[in-house]
Write a protein that binds this ligand. Sequence first.
Ligand SMILES: [Zn+2]
Length: 232
Amino acid sequence: MNAVTGWKALFADETTENEKKEDADLPLPVLHQGDRCQILETKIQSLHTKPPAPFTEGTLIAAMKNAASLVDDPQLKQILRESAGLGTEATRAGIIETLFKRQMLARKKHHIQATPLAQELIAGLPDMLTHPGMTALWEQSLEDIAQGKMSLAVFMQKQAQWLQHLVERGKAQPLPLTLPKTPDCPHCGGRMRQRQGKTSPFWGCVNYPACKGMLNDKATQSRKARRANQQK
Ligand SMILES: [Zn+2]
């Protein structure tokens, strides 16, 4: 495949010798209004914009690491670069795993997709909370605490105030969420909640202890799989 040289084509002669050294310093030719330039070539190309490739677990972890690229503010960008993005080497995989468990993420073949529940939650949350720049602000505060510029007590107090404010505001606005489908309780027909048993997760009735309805997770999964197959 031929590399597209773009504006570098203008300097094809000059760049051959001291390419590396001079490349960065070369000014574009001075142009004045009314200058006549020769058109060398025109092309009409029909192209389609493509959506970005869906994340895989690997690229999602890389994106968390490079969260700086998702932030516009130069100062926050710098902090995220220094703190190596969202989470740490030790916690990133666990964060993603938790999102799967809470049904915010779903696997589709090799790809990861945000579920409708996750999309609704993000849409309903205050903008600030959904932005990677938030992590940068907290990192900055932790750094200030480490350097003695701010006390931990002041930081915690500010956090508590802010949180209270967010909760009050959150209470005042509706948050429509499409909850993931859960099996019905075989005893009372109520909703069931997934719980962690000693060896594996199981479904327990939300009316426990009044109702002791239970389903083991494997049974519901194979039923789900059968249903999915029937729909195909
Ligand atoms: Zn029940």
